[in-house]
Design a protein around this ligand. Sequence first.
Ligand code: PGA
Length: 260
Amino acid sequence: MKVLILNDPEAAIERAGDIVSEAVRARPRTVLGLATGGTMLPLYDDLVARHDAGSLSFAGATTFNLDEYVGLAPDHPCSYHRYMREAFFDRVDLDRARTHLPRGDVADPQGEAEDYERRITEAGGIDLQILGIGRNGHIGFNEPTASLGSRTRIKTLTDDTRRANQRYFSSFEETPRHAITIGVATILDARATLLLATGEAKAEAVARMVEGPLSAACPASALQLHPNATIVLDAGAASSLTLRSYYETVHPGGQDSAFD
Ligand code: PGA
């Protein structure tokens, strides 16, 4: 794993923005895997700013989001469809016909999940999968004990995740219990992954992901198996890493180096 540690959240966002921009410039028809959540909002702002400045175009790109809540229609204010439109899709030159999220409001969510996995395969797979991490170590909505061999399917959310996301809904009871999420194996199939974490609240999960045992108890630890996984952290999210000074020696200032 390439662990890049930046001094503050702003620098971490900019570093992640650099990595996404390089991928899109290198391959304009790139297939991006996209994430939602609070951490990603400033990353989308960064990408929109580069787009507005004329240095980045998404016109040839295809996107697949990680997940959507079961039961929420695309126009529901708390749906990830809505989040993506407001945070990113409506603000850049993406072809909306090539943006994909699972539909949470269909009669057969399991069938929708299987179809979504098929559509990713038909698009040629994901070139760069962008990820956040939950405090419980989830990636996408692959909650602790999710199979490391899992594909897109329905997952029951932990109460911890529901509590973390309750801020978007009017009550805990209204916070959905299920989501369609791409699987851990689907994520590992991406040709490259970029996980962004900021803030001390993520420090323990980050340490388990990078330095803990490979275990379904921390689904993000599956990224230890990925040959091209980059982890971008600010100082807070890096604060529980035992080998922090080693990562900072290998990648001074969070920059690339000849040898990992
Ligand atoms: P957050 O969510 O960015 O809102 O903390 C991340 C996640 O749960 O994957």
